[in-house]
Design a protein around this ligand. Structure first.
Ligand SMILES: [Zn+2]
Length: 246
C-alpha cells in the first residue's frame, strides 16, 4: 500500500501548503482520504480526480472537505467531455447533513454514510471505523489490505479506543495539532504531538507520522516532543510517498 501526503495542515494551510489530503494506492486502485484546501492541485500531479475509485472523509470540517467544492467542477467538465460517467463515490459521516447536501451538486458525487462499527470495502482496502472525540462527528479509521495496515486518526482528542484501533499498525498517521505549551490550557478537539507518540508506543505501531500540523507551530518542536515517547516519530512531508507494510 502506498500513502502519498497531498496536504498536512489544519485548520488552514501554511504558505504554499495544503490542508488534509492523503492518496492511497494499491494494485491500481486509488482512493483519496480527506480533501482540504490545496489538495485538488496536488492530486493532479498523480491522477485526474475522475480517475479516483472513491473519496473517504473523516469528517465534514472545511479543512478536510473544502476542495471537494471545486472538484465538482472538474467532474462536471469530465462528464461533459465523456471522460467520466456516473458519480464519484463519496463516503462520509452523515452529519452534519447540510454539509453533505452542499457537496451534492449535479449528482457528481454519490454520497454514502459511514459509521463506527460498519466495515467498508473499497477495492483492496478494508476499512474499520471508530468514532473520535471532536467538535463534529469524526471517524478514525484502520485501513487494511493484504500488504499492510494504515491507521489514520482523523481529528480527535485522546481516547483509549484509538490505541486499540492502532494496535500493531504498519503506519500510524496521527494528528498532532497541539504542542505541550498548548496543553496547559486543556484545549479541546485535537491531540498534542506527545499524546500521539504515547499512543503509538502503547499500540506498538511500526511507524508514526505526525500530521494535521498547525501552520503557526514549529514542526521541529512537535517532533522533539514526540520523540521523547516514540523515538522513531517523524513529521509528514507534503508530496512524499510512504510504503505501508510491503
Ligand atoms: Zn476537524
Amino acid at each position: 500500500m502506498k500513502l502519498t501526503v497531498l496536504g498536512c495542515y489544519g485548520p488552514y494551510p501554511a504558505a504554499g501548503g495544503a490542508c488534509s489530503g492523503y492518496l492511497l494506492e494499491e494494485g491500481g486502485c486509488r482512493i483519496l482520504i480527506d480533501c482540504g484546501s490545496g489538495v485538488l492541485s496536488r492530486l493532479q500531479r498523480h491522477l485526474k480526480p475522475w480517475e479516483l475509485k472513491a473519496v473517504v472523509l473523516s469528517h465534514l470540517h472545511f479543512d478536510h472537505t473544502a476542495d471537494l467544492m471545486v472538484m465538482r467542477y472538474a467532474l462536471d467538465y469530465a462528464r461533459m467531455k465523456g471522460l467520466f460517467h456516473g458519480a464519484l463515490p463519496l463516503y462520509s459521516p452523515p452529519e452534519p447533513a447540510a454539509e453533505v447536501q452542499r457537496l451534492l451538486y449535479k449528482e457528481l458525487f454519490e454520497a454514502a454514510a459511514i459509521g463506527a462499527g460498519e466495515p467498508l470495502q473499497i477495492g483492496p482496502f478494508h476499512f474499520t471505523f471508530m468514532e473520535g472525540v471532536h467538535a463534529l462527528p469524526c471517524l478514525t479509521m484502520r485501513v487494511e489490505t493484504e500488504k499492510g495496515v494504515l491507521v489514520y486518526s482523523g481529528d480527535t482528542e485522546y481516547f483509549d479506543g484509538l490505541v486499540e484501533l492502532a494496535a500493531g499498525a504498519d503506519l500510524f498517521l496521527c494528528e498532532a495539532n497541539f504542542q505541550e505549551e498548548d496543553m496547559v490550557h486543556s484545549p479541546a478537539n485535537h491531540l498534542s504531538a506527545a499524546q500521539a507518540a504515547r499512543m503509538a508506543a502503547r499500540a506498538g505501531v511500526k511507524k508514526l507520522l505526525l500530521t494535521h500540523l498547525h501552520p503557526e507551530r514549529r514542526a521541529e518542536v512537535s517532533l522533539e516532543e514526540a520523540r521523547q515517547y516514540y523515538a522513531a516519530a517523524e513529521v509528514v512531508r507534503e508530496g512524499e510517498s510512504y510504503t505501508v507494510g510491503e
